[in-house]
Design a protein around this ligand. Structure first.
Ligand SMILES: NC(=O)c1ccc[n+]([C@@H]2O[C@H](COP(=O)([O-])OP(=O)(O)OC[C@H]3O[C@@H](n4cnc5c(N)ncnc54)[C@H](O)[C@@H]3O)[C@@H](O)[C@H]2O)c1
Length: 427
């Protein structure tokens, strides 16, 4: 636990030390800033202060290096009192009704407001709908502190673009978009990020910066929805969509390849476009047709994959009921352990509801818990393949032996277009 006597001032306080906040704290610390991480979870804070990382992209060794470089974590919000800059990196999940749940952002804003001093720069990085910084965060900060944004303190929004597991693009070489409450707020926030990010791009204001993030993620959500729908009708038409995409990709301009899959996961693609569509509906009473259609198609994929698996079993005279289905890779993206919103979970529920026994193989996931499904972990891929009636490649981690799967699976549905062989059927 942090001793307050030690912290006289911080260049930066990062609020929320998760997948986004910890890499930010790392980049800022290594650039020479004095950084304190503030989190409500004492487990996370104690772990970090003891040199333990809970985030895939950051190793224990790197946490130890951060501690040596002066980083500390705390649950004590009084560190904000003397901070030069405060960045909010707390979660923005969906609420029970499927709309934005801003409780963590509002909670963090209230905490900052109680400790805010004149001249501080406050930046929101959590993904959210346009207007949040100005209409939700600013009033809380101003009423709790008695200070005025743009006059007494600076306020900005800067969307996080972190891509966990990406070996090429990290904090330093991914351009950072910044939009301030005033022009001076933008300039100050841009200067702050330039200390550890190569390129900073200035938006007209907070709403444009908020919307830019939603455009990026909606673009991906809609294009994934498009190829997922194409996968369904190409299969019925006897057209190999994977080959089609390779052909289209040969055009050097005007086309970007997206690939079908078992559904979308993570905390961006399934969630961020819903923030936008709910907000547009609430404000304008109008639907966001592309977003809602893509969401419906993407959400239908786990059930579609289960149906295709059932049909595959039928080709060898087996029923899904009573069969053992091996799900290979259960995380939402390759090469990481993060299972949030992974389509593997609704897929397992579909398979179980059809009477299958669900086993899984994923070297990154020791304990896979899916509501209502008794999942069995396989630790040896070769044995698991032999023991199953059918396998489904859901996530293609680099460490998976794809040749072994192609060769030894009795039957396999490949949702990633990575396998080939007589027993393999691609989505
Ligand atoms: N993870 C990603 O790949 C990614 C990428 C881009 C954007 N984002 C966005 O970044 C934001 C943060 O996501 P994340 O994945 O880092 O979340 P996370 O769940 O990994 O971490 C959030 C942390 O915030 C802490 N927290 C919650 N409320 C708090 C409070 N009031 N004060 C202090 N700490 C608090 C939690 O204990 C947790 O440790 C979200 O808006 C998300 O949509 C995430």
């Amino acid at each position: 636990m942090l001793s307050l006597g030690v912290i006289l001032s911080a260049d930066l306080v990062v609020i929320g030390l998760g997948y986004v906040g910890l890499p930010l704290a790392q980049a800022a610390t290594l650039s020479g800033l004095k950084v304190v991480g503030l989190d409500v979870s004492s487990k996370i804070v104690d772990g970090l202060n003891s040199g333990r990382s809970h985030v895939d992209d950051i190793s224990d060794t790197e946490v130890s290096e951060l501690l040596t470089a002066g980083f500390t974590a705390t649950t004590d919000a009084s560190v904000i009192d003397d901070a030069n800059t405060v960045v909010i990196c707390v979660p923005t999940p969906l609420g029970p009704e499927g709309g934005p749940d801003l409780k963590y952002v509002l909670g963090a804003a209230a905490t900052i407001g109680e400790h805010l001093k004149a001249q501080t720069l406050v930046i929101l990085e959590s993904t959210t709908y346009p207007g949040t910084t100005d209409e939700e965060v600013r009033p809380i900060l101003e009423s709790a502190s008695g200070l005025t944004a743009g006059l007494d303190f600076n306020l900005a929004f800067s969307p996080e673009r972190i891509d966990p597991g990406n070996p090429i693009y990290g904090m330093k070489n991914t351009p950072k978009v910044v939009g301030g409450h005033t022009g001076a707020c933008t300039t100050r926030a841009a200067e702050f990020y330039r200390t550890f990010v190569d390129t900073v791009v200035e938006a007209r204001g907070t709403r444009e910066a908020e919307m830019a993030k939603l455009l990026e993620n909606t673009y991906r959500q809609v294009n994934i929805g498009l190829v997922n729908e194409m996968a369904q009708f190409c299969h019925r038409l006897g057209i190999d969509l994977w080959d089609v995409i390779e052909m289209a990709k040969s055009k050097p301009f005007g086309f970007q390849a997206f690939y079908p899959g078992p559904g979308v996961g993570g905390h961006c693609i399934p969630i961020d476009p819903m923030y936008l569509s709910q907000n547009v509906r609430a404000r304008l009473g109008a639907p966001s047709q592309f977003i809602e259609t893509a969401q419906a198609v993407n959400n239908s994929m786990p059930a579609y994959v289960a149906r295709r698996t059932q049909n595959l079993l039928n080709t060898v005279g087996k029923a899904m009921n009573g069969s053992t289905v091996l799900v290979i890779g259960v995380t939402y993206k390759p090469d990481i352990s993060d299972q949030r919103e992974s389509p593997a979970a609704p897929l397992a529920q579909e398979l179980a509801s059809l009477g299958a026994t669900v086993t899984y193989f994923d070297p990154y996931v020791e304990n896979w818990q899916v509501d209502g499904v008794d999942t069995h972990r396989a630790t040896d891929l070769a044995t698991a393949l032999t023991d199953s009636d059918v396998a489904i490649l859901v996530q293609n981690h680099k460490i998976l032996d794809l040749e072994l799967i192609s060769r030894d699976a009795p039957l396999v549905l490949d949702t990633r277009g990575k396998l080939s062989g007589p027993q393999v059927e691609r989505l």
